[in-house]
Design a protein around this ligand. Structure first.
Ligand code: ADP
Ligand code: ADP
Length: 232
């Protein structure tokens, strides 16, 4: 994964009452393969930052660099996987077919059988063996969220962006998925940028915590978590 440099990034939304500064000159670095959490009060610009990192939004000013070079939207979109607070699965596709979706789009040189084999592998790692052919409405919320994480990973993104992926889950499911995510992360070279409202969750998961404040959205602190977690 590339080293990500966020340089003086600002975004002002146009609103009915004039421009609204959601992000104000945010700068920080994300080391390749690291796990970074972004915490802060509601409205401080966490989601906005993730949408800039994924190329959904363009900044008003400032830049995002990969290995020191400016990146275009298109390149961001090609390298980034996204997991939302609520699993956005296609209801008419099974768990397996949902996971295969990103491979159909991004990894076209694979045969159908190869895609299927890899999707099955991800689902097994995520503890969903036996549920591959269920439709989303036949799965619990936690299972659906696992499927959406598998779908993002199957795309083999260099950067995985997660916007409060476990926020809507019960505590037990959340703990299980936190552990699974850490295991998956340790097995890949993926850089993870993880939004959460929960400081304990940020401490458990990440190597670095970026603390933001609201009005305007700014980075106020960066905390390195001492983390002797082995990488496989
Ligand atoms: P974020 O920090 O991810 O942007 P927000 O608190 O700003 O989260 O919420 C984003 C949107 O999602 C808001 O419209 C909010 O009402 C809704 N939302 C957030 N958490 C929940 C939840 N647990 N249940 C239902 N809706 C939620
Ligand atoms: P967070 O994820 O930290 O809860 P967001 O990034 O969702 O915060 O939003 C940051 C601020 O920008 C909030 O005050 C929100 O109301 C505002 N905002 C987000 N999206 C838009 C938009 N499309 N237009 C105008 N204001 C927006």
């Amino acid at each position: 994964a590339p080293r990500i440099t966020i340089e003086d990034l600002s975004l002002a939304f146009r609103t009915g009452t004039g421009p609204f500064v959601a992000l104000d000159r945010v700068s920080f670095d994300i080391a390749p393969g690291s796990f970074v959490s972004v915490v802060g009060p509601s409205g401080c610009g966490k989601s906005t930052l993730l949408k800039l990192l994924s190329g959904v939004y363009s900044p008003t000013s400032g830049r995002i660099l990969f290995d020191g070079k400016p990146v275009e939207k298109e390149r961001l979109q090609g390298q980034v996987g996204y997991v939302f607070q609520r699993a956005l699965l296609l209801p008419w596709r099974t768990a397996l077919q949902n996971v295969m979706l990103t491979m159909e789009v991004a990894r076209r040189s694979m045969t159908r059988a190869q895609r299927e084999a890899e999707a099955l592998k991800w689902l097994e790692i995520a503890g969903l063996k036996g549920f591959e052919h269920r439709f989303p409405h036949e799965l619990s919320g936690g299972m659906q969220q696992r499927v959406s994480i598998c779908r993002a990973l199957a795309f083999r993104p260099q950067i995985l962006l997660m916007d409060e992926p476990f926020g809507a889950l019960d505590e037990i499911t959340r703990e299980t998925l936190q552990n699974e995510l850490l295991q998956l992360w340790q097995q890949t070279e993926t850089t993870v940028v993880f939004i959460t409202h929960s400081i304990p969750e940020a401490v458990i998961l990440s190597e670095q915590i970026v603390v933001m404040s609201a009005r305007p959205g700014r980075v106020v602190e960066r905390i390195n978590v001492p983390f002797p977690r082995p990488r496989v």
